[in-house]
Design a protein around this ligand. Structure first.
Ligand code: GLN
Length: 535
């Protein structure tokens, strides 16, 4: 069995430096050299997973194929590496403690006092090494959430310290810091980096590679100075300069020789390792940056004040626009504020509209208004999850004449609940699950628009919801031209609706945005943008 190597990415000075993008970029570069790589994220918060977090707290909740509600960084990993992640790729402090406490209750610790060291750290290490235990990967790249020095991340850094000893050369630490530019002094400052490296050292961890986030080029001289103060070789001090698109970061890090330095430090003979093949990636970035003409798309949702809440949708739109040689111009439209009076003004310039996922009542009416507008004006429109559910309700109210149509999520007493909990869902709920989560099969109807788009009959897409299209209304919808063109046959659930007479009006109960990647953009988004730019 091959020996897995473990790389840790930590961060200092401030949060939001883009550790996830750096970790994903390193993963990409190693993968492009032919290695098998997976990225993992350790989150220092006490929630067992981000499923219960409000998007305003933590951005989008990403969902893996195996139904894990995960940190949005897993979305970056999948988009960069074009490979699925799973439950084991995202661990939180809450989950670590939950596991340890369960073991303690079972008596697994044989009467010992359960402590942070060794029990919590052992559980952290077990979860890191789990990914490498099957010999599936050459590299496991683990990103540690938070900033060095936070109380919350102490057990993680301590685990890294221990692993460093246990694994020797098979373990490496990349530390990302920030080099601020003082405009008044016209100078870049390395002191925060020095402090950050010291904070790491105080916890017994020596960084092997330093990546300095910066808005200005960092000179060789300055790199040497950082190297001297921080116990790293000058060649292992790299910059990550601001770029117009995150998709440039792997190329920039390749230019900084991040992959080469990692491999050399981990004992590889560079002469025997192929260069990274970044051809497809570079072609995508060239398309993305070369596009001149704009396509203007609106996302109607209730979390638009924080664009991270729609991270995967936005990235999917970026991929799809680039593949259509267009530059994405994005309008984020707060559904709460959308009314019959202002809808024309707010949406008339859009070439396409996405009605976003979401939970609960707030912003529902605005979504109906946007949908009615898109439906009547023949504007391409994609409804995702709650977006498909609102599509159904709007259609029932305004076309079928069921004026009180609703979802039982919003109005438990409605008689025309076109969106409801179906039998299959009741089974899941009875089993203690709270949602349909992860990948489910879907069969597409031949002759439909979606069949044309996917070019196959059987697809699999990821879900995250409780409510479903109510089958009782299926016939009436189809008679009026809203076709149910994607079905989950096992549980008889409607997964896709599309309006026959419309240019492009499709609602999907699943989340296509979770599976759009740079080299494999999602066909629904590509086709949606194509329809949006068609005259
Ligand atoms: N609120 C809806 C449900 O639970 C949709 C959820 C979503 O959009 N992810 O079914």
């Amino acid at each position: 069995m091959k020996e897995t190597k473990y790389i840790f990415v930590t961060g200092g000075v401030t949060s939001s430096l883009g550790k996830g993008i750096i970790a994903a970029s390193l993963g990409k570069l190693l993968q492009a050299r032919g290695f098998k790589v997976t990225n993992q994220k350790l989150d220092p918060y006490i929630n067992v997973d981000p499923g219960t977090l409000n998007p305003y707290e933590h951005g989008e909740c990403y969902v893996t194929v195996d139904g894990h509600e995960a940190d949005l960084d897993l979305g970056h990993y999948e988009r960069f590496l074009n490979a699925p992640t799973h439950r084991a790729n995202n661990i939180t402090t809450g989950r670590i403690y939950q596991n340890v406490i369960n073991k303690e209750r079972r008596g697994d610790y044989l009467g010992k006092t359960v402590q942070i060291i060794p029990h919590i750290t052992d559980e952290i290490k077990r979860n890191i090494k789990l990914l490498g235990s099957k010999g599936e990967f050459d590299f496991v790249i683990t990103e540690i959430g938070g900033t060095v020095g936070d109380i919350e991340s102490l057990p993680y850094i301590e685990s890294v310290r221990q692993l460093r000893w246990e694994l020797g050369r098979n373990c490496l630490i990349v530390h990302l810091t920030y080099v601020p530019y003082l405009a008044a002094a016209k100078e870049l400052k390395t002191k925060p980096t020095q402090h950050s490296v010291k904070a790491l050292q105080e916890q017994g961890v020596q960084a092997d590679i330093l990546i300095l986030r910066t808005e200005h080029e960092i000179s060789m001289e300055m790199r040497k100075k950082v190297a001297l103060f921080c116990n790293v070789e000058p060649s292992a001090v790299m910059q990550s300069i601001d770029v117009p698109t995150i998709y440039r970061v792997p190329m920039n890090m390749q230019h900084e020789k991040l992959d080469e330095v990692v491999l050399t430090k981990m004992g590889f003979d560079l002469a025997k390792t192929p260069e990274a093949d970044m051809d497809k990636w570079i072609k995508f970035v060239e398309k993305l940056e070369g596009a001149k003409e704009e396509v203007r798309i609106g996302i109607v949702g209730k979390y638009v004040q924080l664009p991270d809440a729609y991270k995967s949708i936005i990235e999917s739109l970026i991929h799809a626009s680039a593949y259509n040689n267009k530059k994405l111009k994005l309008d984020l439209i707060l559904s709460d504020k959308l009314t019959e009076e202002n809808v024309e003004k707010k949406l008339c310039k859009l070439a396409g509209i996405i009605v976003a996922p979401g939970f609960g009542q707030r912003g529902m009416e605005g979504k109906f208004t946007a949908l009615k507008f898109a439906r009547e004006k023949n504007i391409p429109c994609l409804g995702i999850c709650m977006g498909m559910q609102t599509m159904s309700i709007e259609f029932a109210r305004n076309v079928l004449g069921l004026t009180d149509a609703n979802s039982t999520e919003i109005d438990p007493n409605t008689s025309n609940n076109v969106v409801d909990i179906m039998d299959e869902q009741k089974n899941i709920l009875d089993l203690g699950g709270s949602m349909r989560l992860g990948a489910y099969k879907c069969k597409l109807k031949k002759g439909s628009k979606v069949y044309d788009i996917y070019k196959k009959e059987n697809i699999s897409e990821r879900h995250r919801h409780r409510y479903e299209f109510n089958n009782e209304f299926k016939q009436r919808f189809e008679d009026a031209g809203m076709m149910c063109t994607g079905l989950n046959e096992e549980s008889n659930l409607v997964e896709i609706i599309e309006l026959k007479s419309h240019k492009w009006y499709i609602g999907v109960q699943f989340h296509p945005e979770y599976s759009s990647t740079v080299v494999n953009p999602h066909p629904l988004f590509i086709n949606f943008i194509k329809a949006a730019i068609e005259k």
